[in-house]
Each structure stands twice: as structure tokens, then as C-alpha cells.
Ligand binder design. Structure first.
Ligand SMILES: Cc1cc2nc3c(=O)[nH]c(=O)nc-3n(C[C@H](O)[C@H](O)[C@H](O)COP(=O)(O)OP(=O)(O)OC[C@H]3O[C@@H](n4cnc5c(N)ncnc54)[C@H](O)[C@@H]3O)c2cc1C
Length: 552
């Protein structure tokens, strides 16, 4: 394979081109040379798929204080109040910046239109039909491409972080790009790699959401936090062979009913707010309801849009109409078959209000980070807002210049045949992991099942680490680079690195779920079904050390 010359030194490297990564790159001081690397195309990621909208208390009858109260309530005691305050106070500025850049939010007359979503006490969710994320990402991408100080590098996969052993500072990372693994050096690395929904068999997340940032940061020794908290969205399309396409919460906000086969609104059996109760309550309600109907082996319930005016459906949900139609569901005539799916990871790399992790020179933003705004459960439409508000903080980033690294020794390796033989084992693990996680660390968890899953995942981790295809990921010394002869090698290495990352995050989710002996928000233990005052604390992890509240 021919390799195009890739610059190896930057002031700052941003990993990921979702809302968080793109906005961060734009906010960074323009005199820095910034590399924006992303493992697929620039627009691939969860941000592009976001439908419902972005929350901001900017209507006259609303206030940041109400937004803060709703966020804290949804987070069930685990939000960091200062982080939430920061989020809601800066929402208006973030929206204004998007509008000035040209994001065309829907309007009602001259004002921005707002909708109500579950657990919000006021209509405060701005939207651009049901493709809000796309509207934001497209605008940010256009701006990034125009910026001379930002070099975008697509199809480039971050593999490992480079931590200087003396200074314990992040110096860059290794990247797989065009048939070569090499080190890129920088004064700061910003992880914006999104979530990890692909670790579960049922997920609304795109294929790139393999938890890479959390896995890389954890392996490098950074503190990660609250990884047991995963939000399961109640309403993903459930049709044979169809992807688990999200049917946005906004649909229920606009008046759609969650019903069983008889058309009964069973969600009120589980919570007085019915289908507008918090997501974890509705998801568990659906699972409980389905289990109680087990004789009929029913695997979904239904979302009926017909209580909404047809004109309103056409105006608000054109993408949902289109996708449902593609899978044979006419939303004007029949309810949509739906079931819960893994949707949003509240936990992540522990950061402060400036996005600093516990490692100098390493930052995390967006879904990869744990800023403290979501606590045990995210309030709908707060995540796009978090991406922007926290990324904007990077305008103050001050980067120390790097001492250029020593000459690289380039090795050309040709392990094609051996790696090819190892691939079936990797693919088998990659296929078996998500169903295991869905059963063991999904909507309902318990000690024995978690312990069994941890044992299985540990076996797979060891197997994979010992394969020869894993060696360039783990054992390449800073300064070294390797080139591969065959084109397939890139895809072998990508599959291997993503599977290693998925196994690492699976291990972290399982162990954190076992550690927390209570139920709260996105973490439900059937053997400890109540929240406990003693557990109103974060779960902190560094290496193989789990700690409640604080860590040295
Ligand atoms: C279907 C769906 C609907 C949603 N709707 C809403 C909504 O209406 N409102 C809301 O607030 N939130 C919503 N969310 C959540 C929200 O979209 C995400 O939390 C948010 O977009 C995350 O942004 P991000 O920039 O952190 O990550 P992403 O947008 O996922 O971007 C991650 C980027 O990192 C890249 N990457 C990953 N690993 C690597 C690697 N190793 N090397 C290089 N690049 C890498 C990816 O390719 C991608 O470019 C929704 C999520 C989904 C899945």
C-alpha cells in the first residue's frame, strides 16, 4: 500500500469528528496547528444521527434554574451541581453560536420553536425537523474545512496514547492510517470518540461507537468514572433485519402513545407519567411487561403516532416516516413496533470543567467524557448541549510545545498469513460479546450473571492480547512506525483494535455494575432494587482499582 505523507507533529490532536470534536477544533485558539483525526468519514458518528434536538432554557417562560432542576432530578443524586450549573448557564451562548454559524433550527414565527421531551418541565428542546444532529454536524463540518489551521485526517484510527513515563504527560498517540501505524506527537490530545453502544446487542448507536476513547484513556492510566450507568432508550424500531433505528422521545412528547397489542397504554402501570416517565423507568416497564407476556414470546410493544395530527407528524418527523416506510411501517395507519436499546453512556473519562483528565495533556469531551452533568441518568437532549458547552472551554487551552521526537525506525512487516488465520477467532469474539453484554449488563443486572460475564470477558481479553495481530497495537515504541504490505491488513487491525476496546469497556461496565450494590438511574440490580444513601457517590476506576467517591 502507498502511504501519503502524514505530518507527525501538531500542537493539538482532536480524536473524533462528532459535535464535540468538530466544535472543539473550531473553538481552539486559531494559532495552534490542529489535527482532527477520525476513523471513518468526517460526518460519521452519533451526532449526525441525533434526532430530537438540543435543550436550552431560552424561552421567556423558562429559566436555567428550571433546566438545572430537571437535569439534577433526572441524574438521581449523582450529578455534579457545578457542572450542571455551568451547562445550563452556557446553553444560550452555545445556541446563539450555532445560529450565527447558520444552523437552521425550526422556528415558530420569528422565534425558535421548542418542544417538550420526557422529564423536562418546560418545552425547551430546539430542533431542525427530526434531523437536528445532521443540521449541526453539516454546519460545523463546513466551518472546519474552511479553517486553515485545522488538518482533517479521515479513515485514521487512534490506537494507543503515548504517555511520557517521566513526566506522566500525554505526548500524542499511535494511529493506523493508509497501511501504516505511526506516532503523532502533540502538546495536547483531546478525546472526542463518542459512546460505546456497540458493546450491546441492541443499540441505537452507529458502528463507530466502540468506546475507543474510554478504553485508550483507561489503558493509559486515566481515571474513568460511573461506567455502570448506561441509558437504554425505550423506543427503537424492532423489525427483523432492520437496524435499531431510534424513534425519538420527541414523538412521545408530541403525543404518541406507547401501547400493547390491544392498544392499552400499559406504561401507566409503572409510573404516573406513563410514556413520559424517565427513560430507565419506561425501558424497564417495557421489559417487565414483555416478560409478563412471555407465553406469547412477544419481543416488542408499539408506539402509536395516530393521536398526533397527520400534518404535525409530516412537519416534525419526516425522517422517521421515511425510515419506517422503508421497513414496511406506515406510521399514519399502524403503530411502530418498538423495544428498548442501549443508547447513551453516562459514564466516561473523568474530567473537570476544563475537560482535563487525570493525565496532563489529555482532555476528553462529548460522550467520551464524564463531566458530571448526567449523573446516573441523562436528561433527554442534554448531550448535544454538553458537547458544545464543554468543547467551547477549549478556547482557553494553553499548550506546551513538544520536543520533537527522535527519528522513526520504519519496519515493513508481512504477517498477512498469520493474521488472516487469527481473524476468525477475533470475529467470533466480536460476535459473541454484544449478546453476552445485553444479557448480563443490560436493563436488569445481578451478581452471579455479572461475575460469570466478567470471567468470560477476561478469558477473551487474554486470548486477544496474545495474538500476533495485537502486537503492533500494544508494543510499538514511540518513535517506531510500521508499514504493511497488504491492503487487507488495515481492516484486520481495525477489527482487532475495536474488539480489544469493546472487551475493555465491557470489562469496565461489568465490574462497575458488580461494584455498585444498589439501583439508580441507568443501573438496575435486581438483587439490590432500591437506591442506597451510602451509594450516592461516583464509581471511580484507575487501572484495576475500583473506588467509591474518591481515588488517590
Ligand atoms: C440515534 C441517536 C439519536 C440521538 N438523539 C439525540 C438528541 O436528539 N439530542 C441529544 O442531545 N443527543 C442525542 N443523542 C446522543 C448524542 O447524539 C451523542 O451523545 C452525541 O452526539 C455524542 O457526540 P460526540 O461528538 O461525543 O460523539 P460522536 O458524534 O459519536 O462522534 C465520535 C467520533 O469519534 C470518531 N472515533 C471513534 N473512535 C475513534 C478512533 N479510535 N480514532 C479516530 N476516530 C474515532 C467517530 O468516527 C466519530 O467521528 C442521540 C444518539 C443517537 C445514537
Amino acid at each position: 500500500m502507498e502511504t501519503k505523507g502524514l505530518k507527525t507533529q501538531f500542537d493539538i490532536i482532536v480524536v473524533g469528528s462528532g459535535a464535540a470534536g468538530l466544535y472543539a477544533a473550531l473553538c481552539l485558539p486559531p494559532h495552534y496547528r490542529v489535527a482532527l483525526i477520525t476513523k471513518d468519514t468526517l460526518k460519521t458518528g452519533a451526532s449526525d444521527w441525533a434526532q430530537g434536538g438540543i435543550a436550552a432554557a431560552i424561552a421567556p417562560e423558562d429559566s436555567p434554574q428550571f433546566h438545572q432542576e430537571d437535569t439534577l432530578k433526572a441524574g438521581v443524586g449523582l450529578c455534579d451541581e457545578s457542572a450542571v450549573q455551568f451547562l445550563v448557564d452556557h446553553a444560550g451562548t452555545a445556541i446563539q453560536s450555532l445560529v450565527e454559524m447558520g444552523v437552521a433550527f425550526d422556528r415558530k414565527g420569528n422565534n425558535l420553536a421548542m418542544t417538550l421531551e420526557a422529564a423536562h418541565s418546560r418545552p425547551r428542546v430546539l430542533h431542525a425537523a427530526d434531523t437536528t444532529g445532521r443540521a449541526i454536524v453539516t454546519t460545523l463540518m463546513e466551518k472546519v474545512i474552511q479553517r486553515p489551521n485545522i488538518e482533517t485526517i479521515a479513515q485514521a484510527i487512534a490506537l494507543q496514547l503515548w504517555i511520557d513515563p517521566q513526566e506522566k504527560r500525554c505526548q500524542g498517540l499511535s494511529v493506523l492510517y493508509e497501511g501504516q501505524i505511526q506516532w503523532l506527537q502533540a502538546g495536547a490530545v483531546i478525546l472526542a470518540t463518542g459512546g460505546g453502544g456497540q458493546v450491546y446487542a441492541q443499540t441505537t448507536n452507529p458502528a463507530v461507537s466502540t468506546g475507543d476513547g474510554v478504553a485508550l484513556a483507561w489503558r493509559a492510566g486515566a481515571i474513568v468514572r460511573d461506567l455502570e450507568f448506561f441509558q437504554f432508550h425505550p423506543t427503537a424500531l424492532t423489525k427483523p433485519n432492520a437496524p435499531h433505528f431510534l424513534i425519538s422521545e420527541a414523538v412521545r412528547g408530541e403525543g404518541a402513545h406507547l401501547v400493547d397489542t390491544q392498544g392499552r397504554r400499559f406504561a401507566f402501570d409503572y409510573h404516573p407519567s406513563g410514556e413520559l416517565a424517565p427513560r430507565d423507568v419506561v425501558s424497564r416497564g417495557i421489559c417487565h411487561y414483555l416478560q409478563s407476556q412471555s407465553k406469547s414470546s412477544q419481543s416488542n410493544v408499539y408506539l402509536d403516532l395516530r393521536p398526533i395530527e397527520p400534518e404535525r407528524i409530516r412537519y416534525r418527523f419526516p425522517n422517521i416516516i421515511r425510515v419506517c416506510q422503508k421497513w414496511g411501517v406506515d406510521v399514519f395507519k399502524e403503530p411502530i413496533p418498538v423495544a428498548p436499546a442501549a443508547h447513551y453512556w453516562m459514564g466516561g473519562v473523568n474530567v473537570d470543567l476544563n475537560n482535563s483528565t487525570s493525565i496532563k495533556g489529555l482532555y476528553a469531551i462529548g460522550e467520551t467524557a464524564s463531566t458530571g452533568v448526567h449523573g446516573a441518568n441523562r436528561l433527554a437532549s442534554n448531550s448535544l448541549l454538553e458537547c458544545l458547552v464543554f468543547a467551547a472551554q477549549l478556547s482557553k487551552l494553553n499548550v506546551t510545545s513538544v520536543v520533537p521526537m527522535k527519528q522513526t525506525t520504519e519496519r515493513v512487516i508481512n504477517h498477512e498469513e498469520q493474521w488472516q488465520q487469527e481473524m476468525p477467532q477475533i470475529r467470533e469474539i466480536r460476535q459473541a460479546l454484544p449478546p453476552l453484554m445485553w444479557q448480563s449488563a443490560g436493563i436488569s443486572r445481578s451478581q452471579t450473571v455479572l461475575q460469570e460475564a466478567i470471567a468470560q470477558v477476561s478469558v477473551w481479553q487474554n486470548q486477544l492480547k496474545s495474538l500476533s495481530v495485537s502486537q503492533p497495537i500494544f508494543n510499538l515504541l514511540p518513535g517506531q512506525s510500521v508499514k504493511f504490505k497488504e491492503a487487507e491488513t488495515q481492516s484486520y487491525l481495525r477489527t482487532c483494535s475495536e474488539t480489544l476496546n469493546l472487551l475493555d469497556i465491557a470489562y469496565l461496565i461489568l465490574k462497575s455494575s458488580l461494584f455498585r450494590t444498589e439501583s439508580r438511574g441507568g443501573h438496575y440490580r435486581q438483587d439490590y432494587p432500591q437506591p442506597s444513601q451510602a451509594w450516592q457517590q461516583h464509581t471511580l476506576v484507575r487501572g484495576d482499582c475500583w473506588s467509591q467517591g474518591d481515588i488517590d
